[in-house]
Design a protein around this ligand. Structure first.
Ligand code: URA
Length: 226
Protein backbone atom coordinates (compact mmCIF):
# COMPACT_ATOMS: atom_id res chain seq x y z
CA UNK A 1 0.00 0.00 0.00
CA UNK A 2 1.37 3.43 -0.94
CA UNK A 3 2.38 5.57 2.01
CA UNK A 4 1.05 9.13 2.14
CA UNK A 5 3.83 11.73 1.91
CA UNK A 6 4.06 14.53 4.48
CA UNK A 7 3.03 16.95 1.70
CA UNK A 8 -0.09 14.93 0.88
CA UNK A 9 -0.92 14.76 4.57
CA UNK A 10 -0.52 18.54 4.92
CA UNK A 11 -2.59 19.16 1.78
CA UNK A 12 -5.35 16.96 3.13
CA UNK A 13 -5.26 18.59 6.56
CA UNK A 14 -5.34 22.06 4.97
CA UNK A 15 -8.36 21.01 2.91
CA UNK A 16 -10.08 19.80 6.08
CA UNK A 17 -9.40 23.17 7.75
CA UNK A 18 -10.81 24.95 4.67
CA UNK A 19 -13.94 22.84 5.07
CA UNK A 20 -14.28 23.93 8.70
CA UNK A 21 -13.74 27.58 7.77
CA UNK A 22 -16.42 27.38 5.05
CA UNK A 23 -19.09 26.64 7.66
CA UNK A 24 -17.60 28.53 10.62
CA UNK A 25 -19.99 30.62 12.72
CA UNK A 26 -17.62 31.35 15.61
CA UNK A 27 -17.65 35.13 15.16
CA UNK A 28 -19.91 37.86 13.76
CA UNK A 29 -18.02 38.01 10.45
CA UNK A 30 -19.80 34.81 9.40
CA UNK A 31 -23.06 36.76 9.11
CA UNK A 32 -21.91 39.01 6.30
CA UNK A 33 -19.84 36.70 4.17
CA UNK A 34 -20.68 35.36 0.72
CA UNK A 35 -17.77 32.94 0.85
CA UNK A 36 -15.14 32.29 3.48
CA UNK A 37 -11.56 32.66 2.20
CA UNK A 38 -9.36 30.00 3.82
CA UNK A 39 -6.20 30.57 1.81
CA UNK A 40 -4.39 28.74 -0.96
CA UNK A 41 -1.03 27.70 -2.29
CA UNK A 42 1.61 25.04 -1.86
CA UNK A 43 1.04 22.98 1.30
CA UNK A 44 4.81 22.70 1.74
CA UNK A 45 5.64 26.28 0.76
CA UNK A 46 8.89 27.82 1.99
CA UNK A 47 7.15 31.16 2.28
CA UNK A 48 3.75 31.92 3.75
CA UNK A 49 2.10 35.32 3.26
CA UNK A 50 -0.46 36.56 5.77
CA UNK A 51 -2.62 39.50 4.75
CA UNK A 52 -5.40 41.22 6.68
CA UNK A 53 -8.78 39.94 5.56
CA UNK A 54 -10.82 39.32 2.43
CA UNK A 55 -12.21 42.29 0.51
CA UNK A 56 -15.15 42.40 -1.88
CA UNK A 57 -13.67 40.28 -4.69
CA UNK A 58 -12.12 37.75 -2.31
CA UNK A 59 -15.50 37.34 -0.60
CA UNK A 60 -17.16 36.83 -4.00
CA UNK A 61 -14.64 34.24 -5.18
CA UNK A 62 -13.55 32.58 -1.93
CA UNK A 63 -9.88 33.16 -2.84
CA UNK A 64 -7.30 35.45 -1.21
CA UNK A 65 -5.86 38.50 -2.98
CA UNK A 66 -7.81 38.43 -6.23
CA UNK A 67 -8.72 42.16 -6.33
CA UNK A 68 -6.49 45.13 -7.11
CA UNK A 69 -4.14 44.46 -4.18
CA UNK A 70 -3.90 40.86 -5.34
CA UNK A 71 -2.92 41.89 -8.85
CA UNK A 72 -0.16 43.99 -7.37
CA UNK A 73 0.90 41.06 -5.17
CA UNK A 74 1.09 38.86 -8.30
CA UNK A 75 3.29 41.48 -9.98
CA UNK A 76 5.53 41.66 -6.92
CA UNK A 77 5.90 37.87 -6.85
CA UNK A 78 6.66 37.83 -10.60
CA UNK A 79 9.28 40.57 -10.12
CA UNK A 80 11.38 38.08 -8.13
CA UNK A 81 10.54 35.08 -10.31
CA UNK A 82 8.00 33.59 -7.90
CA UNK A 83 4.40 32.55 -8.51
CA UNK A 84 1.38 32.02 -6.31
CA UNK A 85 1.61 28.26 -6.65
CA UNK A 86 5.06 28.33 -5.00
CA UNK A 87 3.92 30.10 -1.82
CA UNK A 88 1.00 29.88 0.59
CA UNK A 89 -1.29 32.90 0.94
CA UNK A 90 -3.86 33.47 3.67
CA UNK A 91 -5.26 36.18 5.94
CA UNK A 92 -5.58 36.94 9.65
CA UNK A 93 -9.37 36.66 9.33
CA UNK A 94 -11.03 34.39 6.79
CA UNK A 95 -14.30 36.29 6.34
CA UNK A 96 -14.76 39.79 4.94
CA UNK A 97 -15.31 42.46 7.59
CA UNK A 98 -18.39 44.57 6.71
CA UNK A 99 -17.54 47.58 4.52
CA UNK A 100 -13.90 46.52 4.72
CA UNK A 101 -13.59 47.77 8.30
CA UNK A 102 -10.60 46.68 10.38
CA UNK A 103 -10.88 43.22 11.91
CA UNK A 104 -11.62 43.44 15.64
CA UNK A 105 -9.49 41.81 18.33
CA UNK A 106 -11.94 39.08 19.23
CA UNK A 107 -12.36 38.20 15.54
CA UNK A 108 -8.59 38.06 15.09
CA UNK A 109 -8.13 35.95 18.23
CA UNK A 110 -10.84 33.49 17.24
CA UNK A 111 -9.63 33.03 13.66
CA UNK A 112 -6.03 32.70 14.76
CA UNK A 113 -6.63 30.10 17.45
CA UNK A 114 -9.07 28.03 15.39
CA UNK A 115 -7.45 28.20 11.96
CA UNK A 116 -4.40 30.40 11.30
CA UNK A 117 -2.20 28.73 13.87
CA UNK A 118 -3.00 25.27 12.49
CA UNK A 119 -2.37 26.43 8.91
CA UNK A 120 0.99 27.80 9.98
CA UNK A 121 1.92 24.57 11.75
CA UNK A 122 0.98 22.49 8.70
CA UNK A 123 2.69 24.61 6.04
CA UNK A 124 5.61 25.11 8.42
CA UNK A 125 7.24 27.76 6.22
CA UNK A 126 10.86 28.81 6.50
CA UNK A 127 9.75 32.43 6.26
CA UNK A 128 6.52 34.13 7.23
CA UNK A 129 5.80 37.36 5.34
CA UNK A 130 3.33 39.60 7.11
CA UNK A 131 1.48 42.01 4.81
CA UNK A 132 0.42 45.11 6.69
CA UNK A 133 0.05 45.82 10.36
CA UNK A 134 -2.60 43.30 11.41
CA UNK A 135 -0.55 40.20 10.73
CA UNK A 136 2.63 41.89 12.01
CA UNK A 137 1.07 42.82 15.33
CA UNK A 138 -0.27 39.29 15.87
CA UNK A 139 3.37 38.36 16.39
CA UNK A 140 4.85 41.62 17.58
CA UNK A 141 2.02 43.45 19.32
CA UNK A 142 3.69 46.83 19.70
CA UNK A 143 5.82 46.83 16.59
CA UNK A 144 5.10 49.43 13.95
CA UNK A 145 5.02 48.47 10.31
CA UNK A 146 7.01 51.54 9.24
CA UNK A 147 9.85 50.53 11.56
CA UNK A 148 9.74 46.76 11.06
CA UNK A 149 9.23 46.54 7.31
CA UNK A 150 12.02 44.99 5.33
CA UNK A 151 13.72 43.55 8.43
CA UNK A 152 14.10 39.91 9.25
CA UNK A 153 12.71 39.29 12.73
CA UNK A 154 12.65 36.10 14.75
CA UNK A 155 10.14 34.84 17.26
CA UNK A 156 10.38 31.40 18.86
CA UNK A 157 12.46 30.15 15.96
CA UNK A 158 10.01 31.51 13.38
CA UNK A 159 11.50 33.92 10.83
CA UNK A 160 9.24 36.84 9.99
CA UNK A 161 9.67 39.45 7.23
CA UNK A 162 7.16 42.31 7.53
CA UNK A 163 6.11 44.22 4.42
CA UNK A 164 3.56 46.98 3.89
CA UNK A 165 0.17 45.78 2.71
CA UNK A 166 -0.01 45.90 -1.12
CA UNK A 167 -3.33 47.81 -0.88
CA UNK A 168 -1.57 50.61 0.99
CA UNK A 169 0.73 51.06 -1.96
CA UNK A 170 -1.94 51.23 -4.63
CA UNK A 171 -2.39 54.97 -4.34
CA UNK A 172 0.92 56.03 -2.81
CA UNK A 173 3.95 55.92 -5.06
CA UNK A 174 6.36 56.27 -2.12
CA UNK A 175 5.00 53.13 -0.43
CA UNK A 176 4.94 51.36 -3.77
CA UNK A 177 8.68 51.94 -4.17
CA UNK A 178 9.28 50.66 -0.63
CA UNK A 179 7.28 47.47 -1.22
CA UNK A 180 9.02 46.82 -4.52
CA UNK A 181 12.39 47.16 -2.77
CA UNK A 182 11.34 44.95 0.15
CA UNK A 183 10.24 42.28 -2.32
CA UNK A 184 13.59 42.47 -4.10
CA UNK A 185 15.22 41.58 -0.79
CA UNK A 186 12.82 38.71 -0.10
CA UNK A 187 14.93 35.92 -1.69
CA UNK A 188 17.91 37.01 0.40
CA UNK A 189 15.75 37.15 3.53
CA UNK A 190 14.58 33.61 2.76
CA UNK A 191 18.15 32.37 2.34
CA UNK A 192 19.23 34.04 5.57
CA UNK A 193 16.26 32.56 7.43
CA UNK A 194 16.99 29.13 5.98
CA UNK A 195 20.62 29.29 7.11
CA UNK A 196 19.62 30.47 10.56
CA UNK A 197 16.84 27.96 11.09
CA UNK A 198 18.23 24.85 9.43
CA UNK A 199 21.93 25.53 9.64
CA UNK A 200 24.41 24.68 12.33
CA UNK A 201 23.50 24.55 15.99
CA UNK A 202 25.26 27.90 16.35
CA UNK A 203 23.09 29.36 13.56
CA UNK A 204 19.96 28.05 15.23
CA UNK A 205 20.98 29.42 18.59
CA UNK A 206 21.51 32.77 16.90
CA UNK A 207 17.95 32.66 15.55
CA UNK A 208 16.50 31.87 18.93
CA UNK A 209 18.62 34.42 20.75
CA UNK A 210 17.65 37.02 18.13
CA UNK A 211 14.07 36.52 19.33
CA UNK A 212 12.61 39.75 20.53
CA UNK A 213 15.99 41.45 20.22
CA UNK A 214 15.36 45.16 20.06
CA UNK A 215 13.08 44.84 17.03
CA UNK A 216 10.33 43.29 19.09
CA UNK A 217 9.25 45.75 21.69
CA UNK A 218 6.31 43.69 22.82
CA UNK A 219 7.11 44.94 26.32
CA UNK A 220 5.76 41.96 28.19
CA UNK A 221 2.61 41.59 26.12
CA UNK A 222 1.98 38.02 25.11
CA UNK A 223 2.36 37.69 21.38
CA UNK A 224 -0.55 35.81 19.99
CA UNK A 225 0.80 33.74 17.07
CA UNK A 226 2.94 30.99 18.63
N1 URA B 1 -6.44 42.30 1.32
C1 URA B 1 -6.11 41.33 2.22
O1 URA B 1 -5.55 41.60 3.26
N2 URA B 1 -6.38 40.09 1.90
C2 URA B 1 -6.97 39.74 0.77
O2 URA B 1 -7.17 38.55 0.58
C3 URA B 1 -7.27 40.75 -0.14
C4 URA B 1 -7.02 42.02 0.15
Amino acid sequence: MAMASPTTDAAEALRAIAGEIAVCTECRLAQGRTNAVPGEGAPDADVMFIGEGPGYYEDQQGRPFVGAAGKFLDELLASIGWARKDVYITNTVKCRPPDNRDPQNDELDTCESLYLRRQLELVNPTLLVTLGRFSLTRLFPRQSISRARGQLLYKDGLAVYPIYHPAAALHQQRLRDVIVDDFKNLPTALETARRRLTGTVADQQAAYSADDSGQNDSGGEQPSLF
